[in-house]
Design a protein around this ligand. Structure first.
Ligand code: BTN
Length: 266
């Protein structure tokens, strides 16, 4: 892939300027630098390989060459009370594209991991840039495991993982999938935070009705805080979790990790 060919792939999509890298540290870091230097709305950074890809909660994200998608979109004018649903926008867009074009049925592990058959195949890292009290831009970074080689070995995984190609059992053109995911993102963006958007997100919510362990991130490790049944989403995208005493808790923080539990409370 190269810059000119990628721009051809994107023909017809109302994107901002595009920067393509054969190899970079992290597309989020590139986009952050670009924001500081005046990146416009919908500026897009794409890389074939990341050498220092970042995941949520300070984790690293594996993007070997020739096998994955790693890209970051700059979003200006996001209302600051809606940062949480913006984090779901990426996951919803990837899920919608995989559903529409590949007949997969992805689910979203709150707030923003994409799972197929209980295994993660895409992750989203949203970062906010403030100028004083003013939200200047959000950058929405998405990583998709497309080919099998993009899936880290089990030893390096926090959660079971898969790829688009192993879920489908056939090869997939990465750049076509990128265009489809961006198209879905552009389609959903005007609806972020609307009831229709929250409903679409909730329809894909993983572990609904199941018991999960919530953990809070404490630096690099996590601390279990609550066990509960996933009840659904509130209208602002926060997660409702029902504990064994019947109380419904609202989880807003993104620094939370969900794990299905095997041993249910009595
Ligand atoms: C996660 O699941 O923890 C989030 C993973 C986000 C990875 C993407 S790849 C493109 C962008 N650049 C990064 O360094 N991270 C995000």
């Amino acid at each position: 892939m190269d810059q000119a060919s990628l721009e051809e792939v994107f023909a017809g999509l109302p994107l901002g300027p595009v920067r393509y890298y054969e190899r970079t540290g992290s597309t989020n870091d590139e986009a952050a630098r670009w924001v500081e230097n005046g990146a416009p709305d919908l500026a897009l950074v794409v890389a074939d390989e990341q050498t220092a890809g970042r995941g949520r909660l300070g984790r690293s994200w594996y993007t070997p060459p020739g096998s994955a998608l790693a890209f970051t979109l700059v979003m200006k004018n996001a209302p600051q009370e809606e940062i949480l649903p913006y984090t779901a926008l990426g996951a919803l867009a990837v899920s919608a594209a995989l559903d529409k074009h590949y007949a997969l049925k992805p689910q979203i592990k709150w707030p923003n991991d994409v799972l197929v058959s209980g295994r993660k195949l895409a992750g989203v890292l949203v970062e906010a840039f403030w100028r004083g009290e003013q939200l200047q831009a959000l950058i929405l970074g998405i990583g998709i495991n497309v080919a099998t080689e993009s899936v880290p070995t089990e030893a390096n995984l926090q959660f079971p993982a898969t790829s688009v190609e192993s879920s489908l059992g056939r090869p997939v053109d990465r750049w076509t999938l990128l265009k489809q995911a961006l198209q879905a993102l552009l389609d959903w963006r005007p609806l972020v935070g609307n009831p229709e958007f929250i409903q679409a997100w909730e329809d894909r919510l993983a572990f609904r009705g199941e018991w999960v362990q919530m953990s809070e991130a404490v630096s690099e490790t996590t601390r279990p805080i609550e066990m509960g049944q996933v009840d659904g989403l509130n209208s602002d995208g926060s997660l409702r979790l029902m504990t064994s005493d019947g109380k419904v808790h609202t989880i807003r923080s993104g620094d939370i990790r969900l794990r299905p539990v095997d041993n249910l409370p009595e």
